[in-house]
Design a binder for this molecule. Structure first.
Ligand SMILES: NC(=O)c1ccc[n+]([C@@H]2O[C@H](COP(=O)([O-])OP(=O)(O)OC[C@H]3O[C@@H](n4cnc5c(N)ncnc54)[C@H](OP(=O)(O)O)[C@@H]3O)[C@@H](O)[C@H]2O)c1
Length: 280
């Protein structure tokens, strides 16, 4: 990974930060994307200290906003003409129905549309790399997911986990369709489940009881962020997966995804809807 340029969204906390530290230790130039300047600066300091180098950096962007993602992509292209690895990792859960400034339900906006738009905007920079890997952090929650295109904008029957499961299924559908579109290129793209990981994802913006349940469950059953980052690190850095693309990984092993994720018609419909909403 020496001198490879790696961009990690949501690299200021949780699994993203642990991934950033590990890849920086392998010699990569790690750039995190954060929506908060203070958190970004603290994370970069921690990455540089723990990796014992001075090559980490940050970009500021709100990944729920398509205009912010477009500004981010321009800033990344100006700073890094060649991008070796893109890790789409930032994500969240949203207890109540909220719309992004683009008119999209917040979970699908942040967890899927950000992956879709940022990847497409940075694809030319990734193609310039002889390494060229895209890693999409999904979840085993996708096995329960269904895609309801109306729910991308309509409030009817909103439930936090239903929205999250849908967004994580969208990550796998997007990964498979992108891999097919890139099959004649050297660029690889894979999705993964990090495990049930002790992070603050279930406490951000959630009601006190949901936050309490998450904290208790995490205390009992969750793995550390270092453990949870292992599959992201593997897909970003291992020679074993140099030419592997379009797969779903769990514990650094391929695993069959939800059969819905391999539905070609659904992959193409999601791609077309995503293009329409992102105006690309
Ligand atoms: N933890 C688990 O058990 C688990 C299981 C399966 C999959 N995952 C997936 O793993 C990924 C990382 O989650 P995590 O558990 O590490 O959660 P986390 O600790 O909350 O980290 C999420 C990261 O995403 C960032 N983020 C969220 N919304 C953003 C936005 N609109 N703009 C910019 N950055 C934003 C957060 O920034 P802030 O610090 O500013 O909030 C944070 O840096 C997610 O995709 C999640 O779905 C997690």
């Amino acid at each position: 990974m020496k001198n490879r340029n790696v961009l990690i969204t949501g690299g200021n906390a949780g699994i993203g930060l642990a991934t950033a530290i590990a890849l920086a230790k392998k010699g990569a130039n790690v750039y995190i994307v954060s929506r908060n300047q203070e958190k970004a600066e603290a994370a970069v300091k921690q990455i540089n200290t723990e990796a014992g180098n001075n090559t980490a950096g940050y970009f500021i962007a709100n990944l729920s906003s398509q205009s912010s993602i477009r500004q981010l992509a321009e800033a990344v292209k100006a700073k890094l003409p060649v991008l070796d690895v893109l890790i789409n990792n930032a994500g969240g859960v949203f207890p109540t129905f909220m719309k992004s400034e683009d008119g999209l339900e917040m979970t699908i906006a942040t967890n899927h549309f950000a992956y879709f738009l940022l990847t497409n905007l940075l694809l030319d920079s990734i193609k310039k790399s002889d390494y060229a890997r895209i890693v999409n952090v999904s979840s085993n929650s996708h096995y329960k997911g269904k895609i309801d295109f109306d729910s991308f904008t309509a409030e009817k029957g909103y439930f936090i986990m239903k929205a999250y499961e849908q967004s994580k299924l969208a990550n796998v559908l997007f990964t498979q369709e992108l891999a097919e579109r890139l099959q004649d290129s050297h660029v690889t793209v894979n999705a993964l489940h990090p495990g049930f990981v002790k992070t603050d994802i279930g406490t951000k913006g959630t009601q006190w009881y949901a936050s309490w349940i998450w904290t208790m469950m995490a205390r009992i059953g969750a793995i550390s962020v270092e453990e949870g980052a292992k599959t992201s690190i593997y897909l970003a850095s291992s020679n074993e997966v140099k030419t592997v693309s379009g797969k779903y990984f769990d514990k650094c092993k391929t695993r069959e995804p939800n059969p819905l994720a391999t539905d070609k018609a659904l992959q193409k419909k999601l791609w077309a809807e995503s293009e329409r909403w992102c105006r690309i």
